[in-house]
Ligand binder design. Structure first.
Ligand SMILES: [Cu+2]
Length: 252
């Protein structure tokens, strides 16, 4: 499964490789000609040798010119076609099934809503090696959701939904940032992207669901967490655990 990181790495390497190759050919040929036609005494008369003020014909009746233009055209057109194909893949996404997450930006944080209704704020958990489709929108002004490390970015515009995808092929923590200057808190408009193994992710979802019903507001979560129906029976242990519970949401 090709990730966005793979695609952009490949494009970068191909352009770097071809650019280096063309550079080497052009510079070598320039140096070769500079040496070949250097000023020496007693040089034989060469018909191809340009004289000062004369436009060089390229020799061979323009054959060299034709070949170099032809080669350049082939290289450039192939690059355009190939890159376009790669970018179409980025547009369309992989065909494999994945998970869907609704992302909503607002000044100055990110909300995430999963398919089963679980919500979280400031923390997005996803399973590793899975296509994550995101539907990005905004509650107020223009933002841009993005994670540099995963090469994903999507505009968050009120009233519109920008759908795109990403795949994280390694577990760990990544950084989500806002990429559209949106107000005084813009630079702090970050969220954690936590990439987990599939079973870990299911546990995380379950945990969020148990602590759920609080609408995903970060501040509200700690208070409401203690009023779970499941906890109603044993209030005494509840009281002891309440301090732990208040931290529970963020620990996963
Ligand atoms: Cu912003």
């Amino acid at each position: 499964m090709q990730t966005r990181v793979d695609v952009f790495d490949e494009i970068f390497l191909v352009f770097l490789g071809l650019g280096t190759l063309v550079g080497i050919v052009v510079i070598s040929y320039t140096l070769y000609n500079a040496y070949k036609y250097r000023d020496v005494d007693g040089r034989e008369k060469d018909e191809d040798l340009p004289t000062l003020g004369e436009l060089p014909t390229g020799g061979g009746g323009g054959r060299k010119l034709f070949v170099s233009f032809g080669l350049s055209a082939i290289v450039v057109i192939s690059l355009i076609v190939w890159t376009y194909g790669m970018l179409l893949y980025v547009e369309d996404g992989p065909s494999e099934d994945g998970i869907e997450v609704d992302v909503e930006g607002y000044t100055f944080a990110w909300d995430f809503e999963y398919e089963n209704g679980v919500t979280s704020t400031g923390e997005m958990a996803v399973p590793v090696d899975t296509t994550v489709w995101i539907d990005v929108t905004s509650r107020d002004v223009w933002h841009t959701f993005g994670s540099q490390e995963l090469r994903v970015k999507a505009d968050a515009i009120p009233g519109e939904t920008d759908r795109t995808w990403f795949i994280a092929d390694e577990t760990g923590e990544y950084r989500i940032e806002c990429f559209e200057l949106c107000g005084p808190g813009h630079s702090g408009m970050n969220a954690d992207l936590i990439v987990m193994e599939e079973d870990e992710f299911q546990n995380w979802l379950d945990e969020q669901q148990q602590g759920g019903g609080d609408g995903g507001s970060g501040e509200g979560a700690s208070g409401d967490g203690q009023q779970n129906e499941t906890d109603a029976g044993n209030e005494s242990t509840d009281a002891q655990n309440s301090t732990n519970e208040t931290n529970g949401g963020g620990e996963s």
